[in-house]
Design a protein around this ligand. Structure first.
Ligand SMILES: *[C@@H]1O[C@H](CO)[C@@H](O)[C@H](O)[C@H]1NC(C)=O
Ligand SMILES: *[C@@H]1O[C@H](CO)[C@@H](O)[C@H](O)[C@H]1NC(C)=O
Length: 275
């Protein structure tokens, strides 16, 4: 009898330790994988707690997915040590209230893009994947910089440039971050795609990713016309919220620059879509 009791206690103690170790181990693996370092022990503990809570959120969400209650899964990633509001502050750089610089537009010139005209005599396909047609560069990472607007700009222009030239050329977000300030953009603190397209047009081009690589900080403008990868002659706006016109443009024109509300919590650790 004595022996059994001792054994039971040992098992209980061992499993209590292993639960804590498990969290600790996962935390250490996470830090290693994502190259995370914190200034203090206190900060480390605080981040570990957030990490554990986020893991719990992911598990709860994915259980809902398994029951068919949601259409996508979540997965822990390098943002798993951040509170949601920190993530939103860091990543969501599209600034709806940012201004156009009126002095850069001649009298009568439109502040916004041209009006989108629906294609006539076209039956839209059910699916279009511009990646398969070679019009889309690999996924890029904006890092710790609210520069989403610049990636949105390059993504659309890369697609149009590919459709015109047959060459897929990755374009420089850093060029836009550093050089389009006079157009109303604020680098890592947000901006508008409209302003970036206008800058590229007036500037006569945008450098390539290769010659003007990404730094994820505001830096000096170093545009070099010798390294231009593409230019544009303006842009066309799809009316906000008009998904029919968005579908028409996507199917018939190419990848479209969009700004979506990514402030919902599910964006922080989104993994897959269900369909
Ligand atoms: C958005 O832009 C406006 C106008 O330039 C500025 O006053 C505001 O601080 C910006 N908001 C953020 C969150 O950066
Ligand atoms: C608007 O553009 C003009 C001309 O390039 C420039 O001098 C001015 O500083 C810009 N305004 C802002 C708010 O960036």
């Amino acid at each position: 009898m004595k022996c059994t009791a001792a054994l039971l206690m040992l098992v209980a103690a061992a499993s209590a330790v292993s639960f804590f170790d498990l969290v600790k181990e996962e935390w250490n693996a996470f830090k290693l994988e994502h190259n995370k370092q914190y200034d203090s022990e206190v900060e480390d503990k605080f981040r570990m707690k957030i990490f554990a809570e986020n893991k719990h959120k992911v598990a709860k969400h994915n259980a809902r997915f398994a029951r068919g209650l949601t259409t996508f899964t979540l997965k822990p990633n390098k943002y798993s040590d951040m509170l949601h509001h920190e993530f939103v502050h860091l990543m969501n750089g599209f600034n709806r209230t940012a201004k156009h610089n009126k002095s850069l537009y001649s009298k009568g010139q439109k502040l916004r893009g041209a009006k989108f005209v629906s294609p006539a005599n076209v039956q839209l396909p059910e699916h279009v994947d511009w990646r398969q047609k070679g019009a889309v560069t690999d996924v890029k990472d904006q890092g710790k910089c609210g520069s989403c607007w610049s990636f949105s700009t390059t993504g659309a222009l890369e697609g149009q440039h590919f459709r015109q030239s047959g060459f897929l050329v990755s374009l420089s977000e850093q060029n836009l971050i550093d050089c389009s300030g006079a157009y109303g953009n604020n680098g890592c603190n947000g901006g508008l795609m409209d302003n970036a397209f206008k800058y590229i047009k007036d500037n006569g081009g945008i450098d390539t990713e290769k010659t003007y690589p990404y730094e994820a900080v505001d830096d000096k403008c170093r545009y070099n016309p010798k390294n231009t990868g593409a230019d544009d002659v303006g842009f066309v706006d799809i009316p906000q919220g008009n998904e029919q016109k968005l579908k028409e443009a996507l199917a018939t024109i190419g990848p479209v620059s969009v700004a979506i509300d990514a402030s919902q919590e599910s964006f922080q650790m989104a993994a897959t879509t269900g369909s």
